[in-house]
Design a binder for this molecule. Structure first.
Ligand SMILES: O=P(O)(O)OC[C@H]1O[C@H](OP(=O)(O)OP(=O)(O)O)[C@H](O)[C@@H]1O
Ligand SMILES: O=c1cc[nH]c(=O)[nH]1
Ligand SMILES: [Mg+2]
Length: 210
């Protein structure tokens, strides 16, 4: 298994992911759960973000205290399922900028096809968190980060809900410098490139399109 994979084992994260996996979980519940999980994932993802000291005054005296520069963080959502992470993460990192990478997976070839790309300016001074609930074959994640690297961000990390060994290997071979954060590494892929046991089609489950 690639080295730079952070498995998020926190019981609250694991519990909510279990509920999301169940096939009888409704669209409404699925969306609420992804929202709640996003905030918890943001907590893990920002654990080692750069901080700066600023001067403040408590009611008793002045002091130096540390803050994170939220505006330097870019949440880069891979459309459309990545959008499911946005609201929950923005609740925790309200100053974050948001970028969009429009990609869909061709069901026949399983290759990623780009249809949209929009990032904030001055990417060289920003830390990017790429959002996509599913890292399956890894083709979408590789294409997204290929494109993102052309904007020269200061750092990139990738977060998903579920992945598998094949996807992690493909991603790591292409982008060994990009850490992956995930609560689950499942058994593998089926003949249609779906993660098994997985949770099904994340986009369809978030947006109720099937
Ligand atoms: O690792 P891969 O094999 O590339 O598969 C993962 C991709 O497939 C899904 O998106 P999909 O193409 O279904 O688009 P959607 O989000 O619009 O539903 C998912 O959200 C990932 O982006
Ligand atoms: O398991 C998978 C694979 C690709 N896309 C999904 O939404 N789920
Ligand atoms: Mg989909």
């Amino acid at each position: 298994m690639p080295r730079d994979v952070h498995v998020i084992t926190h019981p609250l994260v694991q519990h909510k992911l279990t509920l999301m996996r169940r096939k009888d979980t409704s669209t409404k519940s699925f969306r609420e759960l992804v929202h709640e999980l996003s905030a918890l994932l943001a907590y893990e993802l920002t654990r080692d973000m750069p901080m700066q000291e600023i001067d403040i005054e408590t009611p008793l005296e002045p002091m130096k205290s540390r803050v994170i520069d939220g505006k330097k963080i870019v949440l880069a959502s891979i459309l459309r399922a990545g959008n499911g992470f946005l609201d929950g993460m923005l609740q925790v990192i309200p100053g974050a900028r948001v970028g969009h990478i429009g990609l869909y997976r061709d069901p026949a070839t399983l290759q990623a096809v780009e249809y949209y790309f929009k990032m904030p300016q001055d990417m060289h001074e920003r830390d990017v968190i790429v959002l996509d609930p599913m890292l399956a074959t890894g083709n979408s994640a590789v294409a997204a980060v290929d494109r993102l690297k052309k904007t020269h961000p200061r750092s990139i990390r990738f977060v998903c809900l579920v992945t598998c060994p094949e996807g992690l290997q493909t991603f790591h071979d292409a982008h060994p410098d990009v850490p992956v954060y995930t609560p689950a590494i499942d058994r593998g892929l089926n003949d249609h490139g779906y993660i098994v046991p997985g949770l099904g089609d994340a986009g369809d489950r978030i947006f109720g399109t099937k």
